[in-house]
Design a protein around this ligand. Structure first.
Ligand SMILES: Nc1ncnc2c1ncn2[C@@H]1O[C@H](COP(=O)(O)OP(=O)(O)OP(=O)(O)O)[C@@H](O)[C@H]1O
Ligand SMILES: [Mg+2]
Length: 462
């Protein structure tokens, strides 16, 4: 369905000859909402042999966030790149092209595409060509400007070796969203007026089609985010219900458990040393202790936290936690070193709760190193935030468990409640901080960030 060769070479324009081609372009642009496929279709329609339009075509899109004009795709005329024509003999006006996934993959992986993607053009640079195309939304034909050097005028990578070219803006409702650049480096053939007009029309339609496709992509992402939020909400509600049940159960269990523990303790002390019964009583005492700790954790988790803020010097809080844990850690052949901190930095927080955070993390680290190891702590300041990194050598957290470790009641330990990390996370979030887990050098690493505050006073705090 392309234009005949003679039509193109005359340079004259015959709108009636162009019409079927334009329809076919138009129908093709409407045939997909997938941005990637659309970009390949556009550039291939402009370069395939049968259309006799251009030998190479490049697509650049404006990155809203960085303000840079980013190379997206480059296609060079290639015998292997064919389009599939979908034709209706009864009604030629519905003809369109399609492109195979293999062609898309081949074009994306080709050297020219790679070189194009490397191009990131800063629109703030003083470039008359880009100003005309991007700011004024007008087509630029380098053939009309003999004073301009095509090779350097677009700030393309030198590898692309651009010759005489035409750059057409991709105009959407919200301004120019990118540009298409075409050239004929193999034949060095001039780009005639008929092809210019066609390019202008195709670029205008492509701009709209690409904008729709980007909007659709954003909509799909927003929809998926909303779906995630809905699932999190349902999950949260379910957790809240479980939490409520667990709390009332914990309350019910607490008193009898204290009684059992108390009597078992008395029994233990009264029984003669070395007797089998003393052994039984000891087991009851230990197990009730464990259950009491578990109940205390559940109640602590269920309780609404009240924070008592003061200016805390985190390095001091950490130092105290290390002191508290040192004996137990040394018994387990675990080395822990105090963090180096050359300045006094403060966060606004509840020192008692922050202690709970660090002790929980030390305990988890210790539990992952039953045969000894090291716990390293690093403090670092970046962007008004304090980064606290606690790293162990206990083998790390398996990838498949990583998403679950902060879930309440998730544990891999026989004696664990699975509330340590959820409590830690909640305290950190209440302090407007973040916590992340990762694996590094054969161990787990927990990174906490806390917002820093300026503090001049030296009273009533750490
Ligand atoms: N430093 C670590 N190294 C390896 N795995 C870890 C580490 N910290 C946490 N985990 C994994 O995360 C799980 C959840 O930890 P969390 O502290 O919430 O619960 P727990 O330690 O199992 O029980 P609890 O803290 O209530 O006694 C652990 O069971 C363990 O599988
Ligand atoms: Mg724990």
């Amino acid at each position: 369905m392309g234009m005949s060769n003679s039509d193109n070479q005359t340079g004259s324009c015959n709108p009636l000859h162009e019409l079927p081609l334009l329809y076919q372009f138009s129908n093709t642009l409407l045939s997909t909402i997938r941005l990637n496929k659309l970009t390949h279709l556009i550039l291939t329609m402009l370069t395939i042999e049968e259309n006799h339009l251009f030998e190479r075509a490049f697509l650049f899109l404006l990155n809203e966030k960085t303000g840079l004009l980013q190379g997206a795709l480059g296609v060079s005329r290639n015998v292997d790149d064919t389009l599939i024509t979908i034709a209706d003999p009864e009604n030629p006006l519905v003809n369109r092209w399609d492109i195979s996934e293999e062609t898309i993959i081949r074009q994306s992986g080709a050297e020219l595409s790679r070189k194009t993607r490397i191009c990131k053009i800063d629109l703030k640079i003083n470039c008359p060509v880009l100003k005309k195309v991007m700011k004024q939304g007008r087509l630029f034909n380098s053939g009309d400007h003999p004073a301009i050097n095509p090779a350097t005028s677009l700030n393309f990578s030198k590898d692309i070796n651009i010759g005489e070219f035409v750059a057409a803006p991709l105009v959407s409702r919200n301004g120019t969203i990118g540009m298409i650049v075409v050239d004929n480096p193999f034949s060095a053939e001039n780009i005639g007026n008929d092809k210019l007009r066609l390019l202008r029309l195709v670029a205008a339609q492509s701009g709209m089609a690409i904008e729709h496709s980007i909007l659709y992509k954003k909509l799909a992402e927003a929809h998926s985010d909303l779906q995630d939020a809905k699932e999190r909400l349902i999950h949260g509600e379910r957790l809240a219900a479980i939490g409520e049940m667990a709390t009332s159960l914990a309350h019910e269990l607490k008193n009898p458990l204290v009684a059992i523990g108390g009597f078992a303790g008395r029994l233990f002390r009264a029984l003669p040393p070395g007797s089998v019964e003393k052994g039984y009583a000891e087991t009851i005492v230990n197990e009730t202790c464990r259950l009491e700790k578990m109940l205390a954790d559940i109640l602590a988790f269920a309780r609404k936290p009240s924070i008592c803020y003061s200016y805390c010097q985190v390095s001091e809080v950490l130092r105290e936690c290390i002191e508290i844990s040192r004996n137990a850690l040394e018994e387990q052949a675990i080395q822990i070193s105090e963090p180096e901190c050359d300045r006094t930095w403060y966060v606004l927080g509840d020192a008692h709760q922050l202690k709970q955070v660090f002790l929980n993390l030390f305990l988890n680290a210790a539990e992952s190193m039953p045969n000894g190891g090291t716990i390293k702590i690093r403090l670092e300041i970046r962007n008004d935030k304090l980064f606290i990194r606690i790293k162990d050598t206990g083998g790390g957290i398996p990838d498949e468990l990583m998403p679950k470790i902060f879930h309440p009641f998730f544990t891999t330990k026989e004696q664990g409640t699975g509330l340590g990390l959820p409590i830690v996370r909640r305290i950190i979030l209440n302090h407007k901080g973040t916590i992340e887990a990762d694996n590094e050098d054969g161990g787990a690493i927990f990174t906490i960030t806390l917002p820093l505050v300026k503090h001049d006073h030296q009273t009533n705090d750490y």
